[in-house]
Write a protein that binds this ligand. Sequence first.
Ligand SMILES: C[S@@+](CC[C@H](N)C(=O)[O-])C[C@H]1O[C@@H](n2cnc3c(N)ncnc32)[C@H](O)[C@@H]1O
Length: 250
Amino acid sequence: MTVSLVGAGPGDPGLVTVRGLELVRGCDVLVYDRLVADELVEEAPADALRVAREPLSQETINELLVAYGRAGLEVVRLKGGDPFVFGRGGEEALALAEAGVPFEVVPGVSSLAAVPAAAGIPLTHRGLSSRVTVLAGHDATLDYRRLAETPGTLVVFMGLGRLDEIARGLVSNGKDPQTPAAVIASGTLPGQQIVTAPLAHVAEAAAGLESPALVVVGEVVSLQPVLRSAAAIPAIDRASGTLAASSPAR
Ligand SMILES: C[S@@+](CC[C@H](N)C(=O)[O-])C[C@H]1O[C@@H](n2cnc3c(N)ncnc32)[C@H](O)[C@@H]1O
């Protein structure tokens, strides 16, 4: 195998897979995303070539993967979360396939479920939610009417910058303004912050949080206070104005 598209997990370096870590430890070239933990980058051999994804364009990254792969080097493309969940892993895999370069995809722990889980929010729960809808917050074509009608849990990636617009879009199309909502910033990391509030107030409550952040909307968020305290995860509950005892995520 020459090129491996490896999921690094949602942030905490302990959440990489055994296979992923094995490949990082044996690579000649490591091309890594901004959100990948420094600890994982350090796991590459001392003499491995390290290439930061930013500020390179996606086209340049594709070309580099193809060129290093053709040269027969062991290349690891280390990506945040799972390579195929909002990670452009599909584009890189297509570039490699079209160039005839053999590659492997090593799935990662996506922030999709891991970040809510670490914050005390199960995406599904018997009696509360049996459906999960996932979307990119920067998608300009969001159909708020359909989203407002869709039962279950809504998970929004890359939605922090448009949270006000998204929440208003849902509420103005019939979603109950009291629907529990949460924003989790830097999930699974020591700086993790969790804000919960009714949907109508969540954007205001989340003001000041920074990316990366995941938004969860749905009744499952109502379990968070109980599951959070059981897991001793730090949280700011802006709806009630209480600041929970702060402790590192790990
Ligand atoms: C380009 S997407 C990459 C997603 C990644 N491939 C995955 O499977 O988790 C980046 C977005 O994922 C979410 N995200 C990733 N890591 C996160 C974290 N540790 N805490 C909160 N949200 C995170 C945020 O919405 C962020 O803007």
